[in-house]
Design a protein around this ligand. Structure first.
Ligand code: IMP
Length: 177
């Protein structure tokens, strides 16, 4: 990991992430026991969180992916969200858990919650690895949250900058020195 650690300053270590993800998985397992759970990972940022989390959910759940695009490049959201990949099965009657990498302004998650609610699921909840509350433009109920972070642009464990750095096992801030 020499290259990664030279270019990115660690904010949340791989160990901290793995410990927290296991805790969230145990909580989800307890909460959804006996229910028809579908994990809906939001591409591409959530894929690392989704696959680690799913392995800690001790239930026969199904997995779907949804792709949305809210960034036109750079680090600021435009607020405009569009679906680039939809789930492959009807969500009607299912207990849906949206799995996201980060809730920043909250605009993407607001869109996703409204979009899911329109499909008539039994319930919709949110699991996010990170939250940047200082940037919130809309209030989103976060049912399962990994870490609250300060207002820095972070990369790693799924989060990208210009499509790179997703494969870092930790979350960090790019070094500018
Ligand atoms: P929101 O709509 O502003 O909440 O933005 C949500 C999306 O913006 C996330 O799913 C990420 O793809 C992206 N995003 C927000 N903050 C960061 C960051 O610090 N690093 C990388 N991507 C980010």
């Amino acid at each position: 990991m020499a290259y990664f650690e030279e270019t990115v300053e660690v904010m949340v270590t791989a160990e901290q992430i793995q410990k927290r993800v296991a805790e969230l998985g145990a909580q989800i397992t307890a909460d959804y026991k006996g229910k028809d759970l579908t994990l809906v990972g939001i591409m591409k940022g959530s894929i690392f969180f989704l696959t680690d989390l799913a392995r800690h959910v001790d239930l026969p759940c199904t997995i779907e992916l949804m792709g949305v695009s809210s960034y036109q490049g750079g680090t600021e959201t435009t607020g405009e969200v569009r679906v680039t990949h939809d789930v492959t099965k009807p969500m009607h009657g299912r207990h849906v858990l949206l799995v996201e990498d980060i809730v920043d302004t909250g605009l993407t998650m607001r869109f996703l919650l409204d979009n899911m609610a329109a499909r008539g699921p039994a319930s919709v909840k949110v699991a996010t690895l990170l939250e940047k509350p200082s940037r919130a433009k809309v209030k989103i109920p976060l049912d399962y949250k990994g870490f609250t972070i300060e207002d820095r642009f972070v990369v790693g464990y799924g989060l990208d900058y210009g499509e790179k750095y997703r494969n870092l096992p930790f979350v960090g801030v790019m070094r500018t020195d």
